[in-house]
Design a protein around this ligand. Structure first.
Ligand SMILES: Nc1nc2c(ncn2[C@@H]2O[C@H](COP(=O)(O)OP(=O)(O)OP(=O)(O)O)[C@@H](O)[C@H]2O)c(=O)[nH]1
Ligand SMILES: [Mg+2]
Length: 401
């Protein structure tokens, strides 16, 4: 039996004024939804979180290297002052050890140069940086007191203006070539453990190349710089017609409350953990173990209701340092209930990964990568797989909206 359905069609002219207005409104909403969906499909927002020193900014440098401008030579000199600052810090450590070991400088003049470096170019402590940050924040807040999300974000962008005041290359050269300094450096294996961080070790190994007047930072130098992020920085990349907006924030414990301003509209959170932290204390709170602190931060963020539907990618970073440290200090230092072989990197890594999985909400999707953010070829492979996953997440998200 054939059933005929009579369709009733409306024309605009047959509608009353209220009906026409409602139709126009509905069309405009549909249009807006289509536009938003289209924008969402083309735009990916990544939020990089994790504790201080976990490798967030280093990861962004890898993104820039593989998908951005690749650090052309003419832009690299922007990094010179940070490299020299890191070399200065490493020299300070050696000078401190000289004092402890009773090693003398070559001559009176170098002794004075050392005093000059200490006075005019001291290591900037985290306390000083955070105090300066607070002053800057108060100043910005006076100029623009609004607490709207957009204004807070804007203020945080402006905050990243603190740059180190670095010593002259000739002063650093003169101290570095001093026989006392060299003799102390040659005894570095006798320094108390962890006095020279891997970052400072790297800069000292490369110091002869760096301390020249025509020095241009190499990519590896740029990747090894340690300079904490204070406010926030947004980096933009394009890949396969997709626009990636990547937000880098400060990981210092006292600055993490600002993270929440960036939770809206995030495609995925990339959470960084320094594996080496299982054996380290938090700089701002020395009684706290760094890995435990990371787990706590991860727990809080992954349970935040603004990020309820946001997928997470977990980066267990600094695996190179971890693999060395675990030979010396077992994982029970951080996890007393760990029962596996104390110095097995493989078992310990599996255990750490499980701890993070247990701390996320059960329903949340999470993908994990084991990384060394300063290793360029390795990061190329990691990024290929991470970007594929992010594109999948983006397609899935835009279908849900
Ligand atoms: N050996 C090694 N060094 C790393 C690795 N990842 C990062 N680093 C170094 O660790 C230091 C800290 O890295 P950053 O990227 O500045 O850390 P961050 O998470 O941005 O820290 P904040 O800005 O303070 O929150 C830098 O000197 C990096 O070169 C890694 O996998 N291995
Ligand atoms: Mg940073």
């Amino acid at each position: 039996m054939a059933v005929t359905i009579r369709k009733k069609t409306f024309t605009l002219s047959a509608m009353n004024k209220g009906g026409r207005a409602a139709l126009a409104r509905s069309k405009s909403i549909d249009h807006q939804i289509d536009e938003d969906r289209e924008r969402m499909q083309k735009e990916v927002q990544l939020l990089i979180l994790g504790s201080a020193g976990a490798g967030k900014s280093t990861f962004i440098k890898q993104l820039r290297l593989h998908y951005g401008d690749r650090f052309p030579e003419q832009t690299r000199s922007q990094f010179t002052q940070y490299v020299l600052y890191n070399v200065t810090c490493a020299l300070h450590i050696i000078m401190d050890q000289m004092e402890l070991m009773g090693i003398k400088y070559d001559n009176q003049q170098n002794q004075q140069k050392a005093a000059e470096l200490r006075e005019k170019h001291p290591r900037i402590s985290l306390d000083t940086i955070l105090r300066r940050y607070k002053e800057e924040e108060d100043r910005c807040q006076k100029i623009c007191p609004s607490m709207s999300r957009a204004d807070v974000r804007h203020r945080l962008t402006l905050l990243d203006v603190y740059v180190p005041h670095v010593a002259d290359v000739t002063l650093l050269q003169q101290l570095w070539t001093d026989c006392g300094v060299q003799c102390c450096y040659a005894r570095r294996l006798k320094f108390p453990r962890k006095t020279l961080t891997p970052t400072y070790e790297y800069f000292l190994e490369n110091v002869d190349r760096i301390l020249t007047t025509d020095y241009v930072p190499a990519i590896q130098d740029i990747l090894h710089i340690r300079w904490p992020t204070l406010g926030m920085q947004e980096h933009v990349f394009t890949m396969d017609h997709l626009l990636f907006k990547v937000i880098d924030v400060a990981g210092q414990k006292s600055l993490r409350k600002k993270w929440i301003h960036f939770f809206e509209g995030v495609t995925a959170v990339l959470f960084f953990v320094a594996l080496s932290g299982y054996d380290e204390a938090v700089e701002e709170e020395p009684s706290m173990n760094m890995m435990q602190d990371s787990l706590q931060a991860f727990h809080e963020v992954s349970h935040n209701h603004f990020l309820e539907k946001t997928d997470f990618i977990l980066f267990l970073n600094k695996k190179d340092i971890f693999v060395n440290h675990i030979q010396v200090t077992g994982l029970t230092k951080c996890f007393p209930h760990y029962k596996g072989p104390p110095h097995s990197a493989e078992d310990s890594l599996r255990f750490i990964k499980d701890q993070f999985i247990q701390h996320k909400p059960g329903h949340k999707q999470m993908y994990t990568h084991l990384t060394c953010a300063v290793d360029v070829p390795h990061m190329r492979d990691v990024l290929t797989s991470v970007m594929d996953k992010i594109v999948d997440i983006n397609v899935k998200r835009s279908q849900l909206h």
